[in-house]
Ligand binder design. Structure first.
Ligand code: DHB
Ligand code: FE
Length: 288
């Protein structure tokens, strides 16, 4: 059967992609941020996953407010990077893990989750930036992808606990998939930020650092929080962090943290990264 080899979490701030596009990686403003991802890039090089399941939200690019699915799963051959208004970016299209996507959707339905099924869809910075952060700028992505879209924009958004439950179903789908492929799951979004309203510019570094600890050691606490608590603690857009719970729900209760990085502010956002392995099957490398 297929195997889950790790859970990764990362911000997906669009200005990170713009910084790479403009050759700003090694400028004093950006270098400390990007350098923090080097251990994550080394981890994927060393562990060579075949498939990346990426949980993110669309930001009004492929869905608009007139039609917003609570959960959607891609099952396309290919996902083109959507042009968000600054012109096409020099990154390759993402190849879909089509058969696994259908198997996952079927497993979701069996478990009373009813996602929107997307056989054709473009994908925005929510997946583009995480893929660049972990895999750089290859001519072709070395993994196939399964995009999971979560509505964290148009209220009512799903419960954090529901995201966590979806992760358990994802794990079941991976471990009942009859290939020997190696899977990683990426939770994306956050960390604290608010781009609108009276608290525009709000970041909460203390809450971000606690989140990066709790996602490994106490995910039940994060899954038990209300949507309102996410907005209060992390900002209206920082509530994206609940999507990391899909990734975390796919992992075992006990995990080993391999790498962790926090940087604030990236643009107007607390930005963070984590690399975890299940403790029971963790490689013998020294924990971070
Ligand atoms: C911004 C947008 C995002 O989608 C995000 O997750 C963080 C920051 C921004 O526009 O700055
Ligand atoms: Fe976002």
């Amino acid at each position: 059967m297929a195997k889950l080899i790790g859970g990764l979490g990362t911000s997906h701030v669009p200005s990170i992609g713009a910084a790479i596009d403009k050759g700003l990686r090694d400028t004093p403003d950006w270098k400390p941020f990007f350098d923090g991802y080097i251990p994550g890039q080394d981890w994927v090089k060393e562990h060579k996953p075949d498939v990346a399941v990426v949980i993110f939200n669309d930001h009004g690019n492929s869905f608009f407010l007139d039609k917003v699915p609570t959960f959607a799963v891609g099952c396309a051959e290919e996902y083109r990077p959507v042009d968000e208004g600054w012109g096409p970016r020099a990154i390759p299209s993402f190849k879909g893990a089509v058969d696994f996507s259908w198997h996952f959707i079927d497993t979701l339905i069996e478990n009373r989750f009813d996602p929107m099924i997307c056989q054709e869809i473009e994908v925005d910075h929510g997946i583009q930036v995480p893929m660049e952060l972990f895999w750089g700028r290859p001519a072709e992505w070395p993994v196939q992808v399964v995009p999971i879209f979560v509505n964290v924009i148009q209220y009512p958004i799903p419960l954090p606990s529901r995201c966590y439950e979806m992760g358990r179903v994802l794990r079941q789908a991976i471990e009942s998939y009859p290939t020997d492929e190696r899977f990683v799951v990426l939770g994306t979004g956050g960390l604290s930020h608010q781009l609108q309203g009276a608290r525009a510019g709000f970041v909460n570094p203390e809450a971000d650092r606690a989140f990066l600890n709790d996602i490994a050691t106490d995910p039940d606490k994060l899954a038990g929080m209300s949507r309102e608590q996410y907005v209060e603690m992390f900002g209206s857009e920082g509530a994206e962090l609940m999507m990391w719970l899909v990734m975390r729900g796919a992992m075992d209760r006990d995990v080993v943290v391999r790498h962790k990085h926090y940087f604030v502010p990236a643009s107007m956002t607390g930005a963070g990264m984590i690399v975890m392995e299940n403790a029971a099957t963790a490689s013998p490398a020294v924990a971070a």
